[in-house]
Design a protein around this ligand. Structure first.
Ligand SMILES: C[S@@+](CC[C@H](N)C(=O)[O-])C[C@H]1O[C@@H](n2cnc3c(N)ncnc32)[C@H](O)[C@@H]1O
Length: 193
């Protein structure tokens, strides 16, 4: 690693993602989480919420050798990835007609646009989390896992409370590829009750 003190972990992973052909450095967050928790397996049905530009989908395809069924949702368009189902839609407007399957694993890296006003950002994150919670209750199979981004503070507390009630194991994760200066972290719920 560079000795330049301004060369943060984030920049290191930006460079690495270009070299390795990932669409964003977020790829390394999922790779690091999966290395410790072994979530992603062949033949799973997987939902990726907030999937654009698609590096988590690249990682899932790589780890499963293409043998997983993947559905991605994002409000933004995404360059095509062969063999996946992509729904371009605001998560807040997703309804029961959009999804008609059950999932073994739900991944979410979604985050609202950050305004810098802490209370507004927390409220917006919680609004997204409430839709995720609805989808988990409805579409995640018993025994399935849910990995979701949140931010230290009220969105973390909100998600943790839901996870504690609904999963047998709950783990907080701060992957190395996530900037230390960021409040971002992930909660993993394993074995849905
Ligand atoms: C950090 S990026 C996800 C990166 C992705 N995991 C990857 O590896 O490429 C967060 C994504 O959430 C999406 N997003 C934010 N608000 C959304 C909303 N209301 N509905 C759907 N997607 C949303 C953004 O468009 C963005 O693509």
């Amino acid at each position: 690693m560079s000795k330049n003190p301004n060369y943060t972990g984030g920049e290191r992973f930006n460079k690495l993602s270009k070299k390795d052909g990932y669409r964003s450095r977020a790829a390394y967050k999922l790779k690091q989480i999966n290395k410790s928790h072994n979530l992603i397996k062949q033949n799973q049905n997987i939902l990726d919420i907030g999937c654009a530009p698609g590096s988590w989908i690249q990682v899932v395809k790589e780890l499963t050798k293409g043998k997983a069924s993947i559905t991605g949702i994002d409000i933004l368009s995404m360059a095509k990835i062969e063999g996946i189902t992509f729904l371009q839609k605001d998560l807040l407007e997703v309804n029961d007609d959009d999804l008609n399957d059950h999932f073994d694993l739900v991944l979410s890296d979604i985050a609202p646009n950050i305004s810098g006003i802490s209370i507004t950002d927390s409220e917006n994150m919680i609004e997204l989390l409430n839709i995720e919670i609805y989808l988990i209750n409805k579409y995640l199979v018993k025994g399935g896992s849910f990995l979701a981004k949140c931010f230290q503070g009220s969105s973390f507390d909100h998600l943790k409370e839901f996870m504690k009630e609904n999963f047998k194991e709950v783990v907080r994760i701060k992957p190395e590829a996530s900037r230390t200066s960021s409040k971002e972290c992930y909660l993993l719920g394993k074995f849905k009750k």
